[in-house]
Design a protein around this ligand. Structure first.
Ligand SMILES: Cc1cc2nc3c(=O)[nH]c(=O)nc-3n(C[C@H](O)[C@H](O)[C@H](O)COP(=O)(O)OP(=O)(O)OC[C@H]3O[C@@H](n4cnc5c(N)ncnc54)[C@H](O)[C@@H]3O)c2cc1C
Length: 267
């Protein structure tokens, strides 16, 4: 799409370049920004010139630059360290994205998180594995769980000049056994519900619901819950919503079904 309001384009190479002038907005892969009119935007500031390494394996876990293309993360997962079996969630999450390979190759992990659609598959991945976001903020940089960064369907806790620098998937969560299941009303439709479950080395279990609820739902248990415990927790979660991709009661019901399938497989 031609974004006819945009008159300037500059590539950011330093942190100082990320200071936005009135009308400017950050662009990463541009797959959302270029897909619909942006009447308030008069300039793009391209983050991909920052030269951040896409992926860094550290003792803390996997640090993923906000500018890392989703396709690069998927390629990494195919050859991930064997002690990180939960890397298998990466292609499952990427496949939950309604997108052609062209979008996969261009869309970035950070762009998906910052756009913050309820059906944002990189949010599903990050929330499933307790990822932490690094946010560049004037004055003081901030770290917060990705589950708290998302404040609504299309809304985040980012302030106007904030930049998402990276997200880190913690090593402990990557060592867990983890599964992701999704459902959409149409075979190739945007996700109506994405449910994940994982069992950590400590035996603790974490289940999440995204796409079906307006903000990520994270349910923690000291051990794998019983079927009834899990059904109660998923069924009584807040934020199930209705839109053309599914009714709230359907989302609540299918989230419970997917969670129970995951629980059964994990046990
Ligand atoms: C055919 C099609 C299908 C799609 N399907 C889905 C889907 O199923 N689920 C879904 O969630 N989305 C979907 N999208 C929307 C979009 O393509 C994805 O969310 C994509 O991952 C966005 O990444 P991007 O790098 O292209 O972001 P961009 O378009 O570059 O940016 C998206 C937004 O995030 C901001 N931003 C980007 N990076 C940062 C950063 N590091 N810090 C602060 N702000 C930042 C930008 O200013 C902009 O507001 C789809 C789009 C298309 C065209």
């Amino acid at each position: 799409m031609d974004i006819t309001t945009v008159r300037s384009y500059r590539v950011a190479r330093t942190r100082a370049d990320l200071k936005l002038s009135p009308g400017e907005t950050l662009i990463a892969g541009g797959t959302w920004l270029m897909s619909e009119p942006q009447p308030a935007v008069t300039g793009f500031v391209d983050l991909t010139g920052m030269g951040w390494p896409d992926l860094e394996e550290t003792e803390e876990g996997l640090r993923i630059a906000a500018t890392c293309p989703i396709a690069t993360l998927v390629a990494w997962a195919a050859d991930a360290p064997p002690e990180w079996p939960a890397a298998s969630l990466v292609p499952d999450a990427a496949n939950a994205l309604l997108a052609s390979f062209k979008i996969w190759n261009t869309a970035t992990v950070g762009g998906n998180i910052c756009r913050a659609f309820a059906a944002a598959a990189m949010v599903s991945l990050c929330v499933a594995l307790d990822a932490e976001a690094e946010i560049w903020r004037a004055g003081e940089d901030v770290r917060m769980p990705v589950s708290e960064l998302i404040t609504g369907n299309g809304m985040t806790a980012l302030a106007v000049d904030d930049v998402l620098r990276a997200v880190t998937l913690p090593a402990a969560a990557l060592r867990s056994r983890a599964l992701l299941r999704k459902i959409a009303l149409a075979e190739l439709g945007r996700s109506g519900a994405v449910t994940t479950g994982r069992v950590d080395e400590t035996g603790a279990a974490v289940f999440t619901v995204t796409a079906a609820t307006l903000t990520p739902t994270v349910l923690r248990f000291p051990r794998l819950p019983s079927a009834d415990e899990l059904a109660d927790a998923v069924g009584s979660a807040d934020g199930y919503y209705t839109d053309p991709l599914g009714a709230a009661d359907w989302r609540r019901a299918v989230s419970g079904v997917l969670a129970e399938r995951i629980r059964t497989q994990l046990s």
